[in-house]
Design a protein around this ligand. Structure first.
Ligand SMILES: Nc1ncnc2c1ncn2[C@@H]1O[C@H](COP(=O)(O)OP(=O)(O)OP(=O)(O)O)[C@@H](O)[C@H]1O
Ligand SMILES: [Mg+2]
Length: 142
């Protein structure tokens, strides 16, 4: 089986990564499986002080991540391909590598950039971490 892991953050580039993964799978005769993975970053708001407030922020961010996966699943045309959605909390780059490794994916398909603000960079910090740390083949989509 052909297992593709597509880490998504809601950016246009990540959407293109999904489209690339889908068209690759459609061209193959072999049964394929795509997993969309979103990591709810626990690094996003490290300094929100009071415990109760932190919990509310965490819940809101988690909710946003669930919504992202749900709306993405609804808008993609997945005829003939098995696609599932996974939500993990933690440090995005690290969790993507760990998930790919532990679950024996054949390929990671991800964007070179994401929702970050600095558009001049060729690689964002998440794609950079994944390229550095994973032993899984990676296809970087622009
Ligand atoms: N939280 C996340 N969960 C899953 N995948 C992610 C996440 N963030 C980014 N990605 C994946 O990594 C790709 C590159 O995004 P990255 O975050 O590295 O760039 P950026 O947002 O432009 O830069 P930075 O986050 O360093 O400001 C995205 O297209 C997406 O495939
Ligand atoms: Mg980013």
């Amino acid at each position: 089986m052909n297992k593709l892991l597509v880490p998504i953050d809601g950016s246009e580039v990540a959407d293109r990564a999904i489209q690339t993964a889908i068209s690759m799978c459609k061209k193959r005769e072999q049964e394929s499986h795509i997993s969309l993975l979103h990591v709810v970053s626990t690094e996003a708001y490290p300094n929100v002080g009071v415990a109760g407030i932190t919990a509310n922020v965490d819940e809101a961010i988690r909710q946003e991540g669930e919504e992202l996966l749900k709306s993405t699943m609804q808008k993609i045309d997945n005829k003939g391909i098995k696609i599932d959605a996974i939500l993990i909390e933690g440090s995005p780059g690290k969790e993507i590598c760990k998930y790919a490794d532990e679950n024996n994916y054949d390929l990671i398909v991800m964007g070179n950039r994401g929702r970050g603000a600095i558009k001049e960079l060729f690689l964002g910090s998440v794609s950079k971490t994944v390229l550095n740390d994973t032993t899984c083949p990676v296809l970087v989509v622009k």
